[in-house]
Every structure is written in C-alpha cells, then in structure tokens.
Ligand binder design. Structure first.
Ligand SMILES: CC(C)(COP(=O)(O)OP(=O)(O)OC[C@H]1O[C@@H](n2cnc3c(N)ncnc32)[C@H](O)[C@@H]1OP(=O)(O)O)[C@@H](O)C(=O)NCCC(=O)NCCS
Length: 153
C-alpha cells in the first residue's frame, strides 16, 4: 500500500469513499477547496493496486494538527489502512512543527474512537448537538504530545 498526497485526479474516488462512509458527506467543492485553495490543508490518500482505498484531510494550524476527515473504503477496513494514513499524516505535520493533534468524532462512533485511543488521543471535551443530521454530540479528542506518538508508521 502506498500513501501519497491527494490530487484533483483522486477526487472521484475520494468522494465515493466519503459518500459510503458518512451520513453527512462533504460536497465535492469542499475536497476541491482543500486540495487547491486551503493553505492549512494537508491531504493524503492510501492507494492499493492503483485504487484509492482511504483518504485523510487535516489542517495544520500553527502547532496543532486538526484531523478534518478520515475514511477507509468499507471493503478494505480492519487492515490497518486508516492507522497508516493517520500515522503518516501526523508524522508529516510533526515535521512541519505540529506538537498536538485534535479531532471531533461522533459519540456513537466507537470504531473510530478506538483507533484514536490507540494513538494516544483522549477525550478532551464535547460539542453538544454538533451533527446536524441527528443532533448527535461530537466528542473532542486530543493528543497532547505528538512527540511520543504511540503507533509506528
Ligand atoms: C474508522 C475507520 C476510518 C477505520 O478505518 P480502518 O482502515 O478500518 O482502521 P484500521 O484497520 O487502521 O483500524 C485501527 C483500529 O481501530 C479500531 N477499529 C477499527 N474499526 C473498528 C470497528 N469496526 N470496531 C471496533 N474497533 C475498530 C481497532 O482498534 C483497529 O485495530 P485492530 O483492527 O487491530 O483491532 C473506518 O471504519 C471508517 O472509514 N469509518 C467511517 C468513517 C469514519 O467514521 N471516520 C472517522 C470519523 S471521526
């Protein structure tokens, strides 16, 4: 499996993964903006045999790496793909000065929370009724010391 920066050529596959992974998928223009216009954005895809099987978008905000979205195609889950993407993204942003990382996750999304805990993220807050489709709370998770990153790439 290869991890590389996301380009506009990946858009169709990334959008497909996003659609089948989230109840509120991002519109195409959001991914386009992240790839072409947002100076804070860092985006990567995981590629297997020429097919995009996972994607991550993060924002590097001074010394904080904010994970904006991450998903693996349902046919390729539980093979370590999201972990590799997250590990790669965090390490690349550490190289650019990130010291901490933060993200929001649905309260009901125990799979993702489990993965984040393995990286050392811990619950640091809650945004009540954050998700507009079902008014679910977002759990804020933080990794305070990227330096001691628990999961190897
Ligand atoms: C969450 C998600 C990104 C994980 O992707 P993945 O490629 O399957 O993740 P990995 O194989 O790297 O899993 C890493 C660890 O996360 C945990 N995990 C992943 N899926 C899990 C599940 N369905 N149930 C319980 N734990 C799970 C496990 O601890 C797993 O390690 P293990 O397989 O050794 O037990 C994927 O399920 C997904 O795309 N979900 C929909 C989108 C989403 O929820 N994104 C996160 C938004 S905050």
């Amino acid at each position: 499996m290869n991890i590389r920066r996301m380009t506009l050529d990946d858009l169709a596959q990334v959008i497909e993964i996003d659609k089948v992974s989230f109840s509120l998928p991002w519109p195409e223009r959001s991914f386009r903006f992240e790839i072409t216009d947002n100076p804070a954005s860092r985006a990567w895809v995981a590629e297997l045999n020429g097919k995009v099987v996972g994607a991550i978008v993060a924002w590097l905000l001074v010394d904080e790496a904010h994970i904006a979205t991450i998903a693996t195609h349902p046919d390729f889950r539980r093979r370590g793909i999201a972990s590799k993407l997250l590990s790669h993204a965090l390490r690349m942003m550490m190289n650019e000065g990130a010291l901490t990382s933060v993200l929001e996750v649905r309260e009901s999304n125990s799979a993702a929370q489990e993965m984040y805990r393995k990286f050392g993220f811990e619950e640091s807050g809650r945004r009540p009724r954050y998700y507009r489709d079902n008014s679910e709370d977002a759990i804020l998770m933080s990794l305070y010391k990227l330096e001691g990153l628990k999961v190897e790439s």
